[in-house]
Design a protein around this ligand. Structure first.
Ligand code: SF4
Ligand code: SF4
Length: 233
C-alpha cells in the first residue's frame, strides 16, 4: 500500500484504522512503515480518505504473499477460499474430518494489532512434523510446506501477515505430545497465538481431550456452534 504524500492532508483517519499500527503522521503527512504493513487493504477500503491518497500497487514475490493472509476479502489462490484461505473446522460435522479417536487442532499465529512474520509458522510445523501430525490439505499454511521436515520457503520467512492458521489432526494418544510442544514453543515465539481443539463428544457426554488440556495447564473455554446450511459433503 502507498500513500501519495503530495495529496495527504494529515487528517489521521488511516492512522487510526490500520490494524497493525503501520501508519504514522510525520510532519502531518501519513507514512506507511513497509516492514509492518501486512497489505490488508483496510486503510484503502475503510479509512474514507478525503483526498483519495491511499493507493494499492501491484505486489511482487515474496511480498505478494502478505495479502491473502491478511485481507479478508481476497481469495486465497492456494485454496480458492476467501477470508484468509481456510474454512477452519467449521464444516467438520458434515465432512467427518475428525473421527472418534482423533483430535483436531488449529493454531492461529498472530492477531490484529500484533501480526506475525511467516517464520513463526516454522517453529510449529517442524515440531509437529516430527510428532507425525496430519496437516489439513485444504489449508493455505499446509501449502507453504516445502519438505518432509515442515520447513517453509526461506524467502517468505520475513514477510509479515495479520495471522496464519495451522490446521492438523492427530490420534488421541499423540495429542499430549502436541500440547507439550506448544508449551515449549510458547517460550520462544515473538507474537501471540491461539490454540483451538476439536473432538467428538462421546455417547456418555465425555470429551476425552478436556482432561488432557487441564493436566497440561491450558485454560479451556468450550465452544459449540450450530451451522445451518452446511449439509453438503
Ligand atoms: S494495508 Fe493494512 S497494514 Fe498496510 S497500512 Fe493499510 S491498513 Fe495498515
Ligand atoms: S486518510 Fe488520507 S488524508 Fe487522511 S492521513 Fe490518511 S492518507 Fe492522509
Amino acid at each position: 500500500m502507498e500513500i501519495k504524500a503530495d495529496l495527504c492532508i494529515g487528517c489521521g483517519q488511516c492512522v487510526i484504522i490500520c490494524p497493525v499500527q503501520a501508519i504514522k503522521l510525520i510532519d502531518n503527512i501519513a507514512v506507511i512503515d513497509k516492514n509492518l504493513c501486512v497489505e490488508c487493504s483496510i486503510c484503502k477500503r475503510n479509512a474514507d480518505c478525503p483526498v483519495n491518497a491511499i493507493r494499492s500497487r501491484r505486489l511482487k514475490w515474496p511480498r505478494v504473499i502478505r495479502s491473502p493472509f491478511s485481507d479478508v476479502i481476497s481469495t486465497h489462490r492456494l485454496t480458492g477460499i476467501p477470508g484468509r484461505g481456510t474454512e477452519e473446522m467449521k464444516t467438520n460435522d458434515v465432512t467427518n474430518r475428525f473421527g472418534v479417536d482423533e483430535i483436531g487442532f488449529s493454531i492461529e499465529i498472530g492477531r490484529p494489532g500484533v501480526g506475525t512474520h511467516l517464520g513463526n509458522i516454522e517453529l510449529f510445523t517442524t515440531k509437529l512434523t516430527s510428532i507425525g501430525v496430519n496437516f489439513e490439505r485444504e489449508s493455505p499454511v499446509s501449502a507453504l510446506l516445502i519438505d518432509d521436515s515442515g520447513h517453509i520457503k526461506k524467502d517468505i520467512k520475513e514477510e509479515r501477515v495479520l495471522s496464519a492458521i495451522i490446521e492438523f489432526k492427530v490420534p488421541l494418544n499423540k495429542a499430549i505430545l502436541v500440547l507439550q510442544a506448544i508449551k515449549q514453543i510458547e517460550k520462544n515465539i515473538d507474537t501471540v497465538f491461539t490454540v483451538g481443539v476439536i473432538s467428538q463428544v462421546m455417547k456418555d457426554g465425555a470429551i476425552p481431550i478436556l482432561d488432557l488440556l487441564t493436566q497440561q495447564e491450558f485454560s479451556v473455554r468450550p465452544n459449540a456452534k450450530v451451522n445451518i446450511g452446511l449439509g453438503k459433503v
